[in-house]
Ligand binder design. Structure first.
Ligand code: CP
Ligand code: NVA
Length: 296
């Protein structure tokens, strides 16, 4: 593997190796892992966790990260994506991109020889999936878990569902009909050790699940659809709240953050004993360090 644009750019074996490496680095990082290596990070959208965890991770491994935000590069405006990519590859040992259009991430990968890591596009968020899978492993000890995805079948949902299926987990996705995971993600998950099934009723998806995962109803770049999407999710009862979770009394709760309390999840659930959200957020650091060392 040279790039991570989608979680299944990794084989199940290399996904496990990344997580093993992540766990080892979480226990001990010497700073000699990636001496003087540079990760260049190209952001078209805002970020709290992705930027900070990659930048901190590179520092801890003995390397360095360069941040380029929307005002620095002017992706596609000041110069074409392929020209930016080829210029950056002359300085960087790896490039991380957070872009609106997944096709732009593919363009970057097509034009450089250094590894390209997807730090979120409209289609996928594989680095989030790595952190989520590391979190499941820590909480459930590597045993297959049943995880209900409740809400939008978005970038985070697709990467998580495919990655979880690769490791043998059972994912039940409850989404409004117009906002499902999509055929592509479902067919990629279908050949894996675990399973991804779609369920109409959020309560049925959650029933006796080990964990319940949700994400915002309106992702970055979808602001124009806000009213339509909110109506679909509110009317369908997709909010992760105590009433929904009464169908799975022991279930832990996952959210990639940022959370919109009062929309897809309640404040009480985010702050409850069930919540794994801070462990997930911290695990972005460890999972990506594992990935960087494996790639570089
Ligand atoms: N979960 C996640 O990617 O967070 P940021 O958008 O803050 O990077
Ligand atoms: N689905 C969200 C995830 C943010 C980390 C978005 O794309 O905005």
């Amino acid at each position: 593997m040279t790039d991570l644009l989608e979680v299944d750019d990794l084989s199940p074996e290399s996904l496990r190796r990344v997580l093993d490496r992540a766990a080892a680095l979480k226990a001990e990082t010497t700073g000699d892992e990636l001496p003087r290596r540079t990760l260049t990070m190209l952001f078209e959208k805002p970020s709290t966790r992705t930027r900070t965890s990659f930048e901190t991770g590179m520092t801890q491994l003995g390397g360095h990260a360069v941040f380029l935000g929307p005002d620095d590069v002017g992706l596609g405006g000041r110069e074409p994506v392929r020209d930016i990519a080829r210029s950056l590859a002359g300085y960087a040992d790896a490039i991380m991109v957070r872009l609106f259009d997944h096709a732009d991430a593919e363009t970057v990968a097509d034009h450089v020889d250094v590894p390209v890591i997807n730090g979120l596009t409209d289609r996928a968020h594989p680095c989030q999936a790595l952190a989520d899978l590391l979190t499941l492993r820590e909480v459930f000890g590597g045993d297959p878990a049943t995880v209900a995805w409740v809400g939008d079948g978005n970038n985070v949902a697709r990467s998580f569902a495919v990655g979880a299926a690769m490791l043998g987990h059972e994912v039940r996705a409850a989404t409004p009909p117009a906002y499902g995971l999509g055929e592509d993600a479902l067919s990629r998950a279908a050949g894996q050790a675990g399973s991804v099934t779609t369920v109409d009723d959020p309560a049925a998806a959650v029933s006796d699940a080990d964990a319940v995962y949700t994400d915002v109803w309106v992702s970055m770049g979808e602001e124009d659809e806000r009213e339509t999407k909110l109506a679909a999710f509110e009317d369908g009862g997709y909010q992760v709240n105590e009433a929904l979770l009464s169908n799975a009394p022991g279930a832990r709760v996952l959210h990639c953050l940022p959370a919109h309390r009062g929309e897809e999840i309640t404040d009480a659930v985010v702050e409850s004993e069930r919540s794994l959200v801070w462990q997930q957020a911290e695990n972005r650091l460890h999972a990506q360090k594992g990935l960087l060392v494996e790639l570089l």
